[in-house]
Design a protein around this ligand. Sequence first.
Ligand code: G3P
Ligand code: CA
Length: 342
Amino acid sequence: MKYATAIAALMLAACNAAPVAVAPEEVPTSPAVTEAAKTFATLSGEKPIIIAHRGASGLYPEHTILAYETAIAQGADFIEPDLVMTKDGVLITRHDPYLSDTTNVADHPEFADRKKKRTTPMGEMEDWWADDFTLAEIKTLKARQQFPARTMEFNDQLDIVTFDEIMDVALKAAAEGKTVGLHIEAKWPSYYASVGLDMVDPIISALKAKGIEEAGIPIFIQCFEPPFLEAFSKKSDLPTIQNMVGPPYNKMLGLEYDLETMPTTGVGAEKSFILNEDGTTTDFVDRAHARGLLVHVYTVRDDQPLKGYANAEAELNALIKAGADGIWVDYPETGVAVRDAN
Ligand code: G3P
Ligand code: CA
């Protein structure tokens, strides 16, 4: 599990956090279960949503059309584009602002001199950075699986895709009668703003240009940086999710999250906030629900169960029992199956 992006973003931004009242027009629920009886411990009583984390990223290189379309075919309620920006200001889907972990950029000799050291909140890092590339250059790269234990069979075949292209995937699904939501994460927005690449307006404009809301596609906007969500909420009524760095990293970084004053629609909680290593659960979800906050939980992975849990199914069942409103999963088929069996 990489916390680099989250940690970096929060270290840049946490000091500037200021509560702001948020009154979203509508909070999306699972498109498939609006008729559900109130038998779940979620805030609404409806089934929790299954969020395909970077698409069906356990099976295919993350943030690719194949990964997203597979997630939809497997019944995910939401797909999750992580967004970074190119030099020419285009929103693309990558988990990190650097490219070496999930693309074949290192095999492109024409980009060898783009490898640069940057001072980040985690220290100095040398890599290829998305905002040093135009979209046309990014489009010459191919995606790779970043987890060594997963199949490399699909490496170097699939394109790096734009936010527009991911929205087209959701629109196509909607046109075919299968509504899937967009759970959109802005990565490193304070960094991009510092180099003149604000992310708030491009995201809002892109959603409007594609007519996502008009198409009835549910949306959440998530980020680890409170100031980004505050700025976003001044320009949009879309529901916002404050992502939270999990224990023990939150304490190591001095990050405090106060559910009582959390100004967002909900929180994106690392699963260790809820799941104890002895198999019990905390009261985190109850406390968040008491404040009216949704709790979306990241990330359940079939191939990386948490200590104290036999497998992903056990984690999912524990999270559902605890009342999680949404769960990010790398293997949507598993998430949907367990959710629907509850
Ligand atoms: O966005 C929340 C969830 O996706 C976990 O964060 O680091 O995998 O984007 P990350
Ligand atoms: Ca994410």
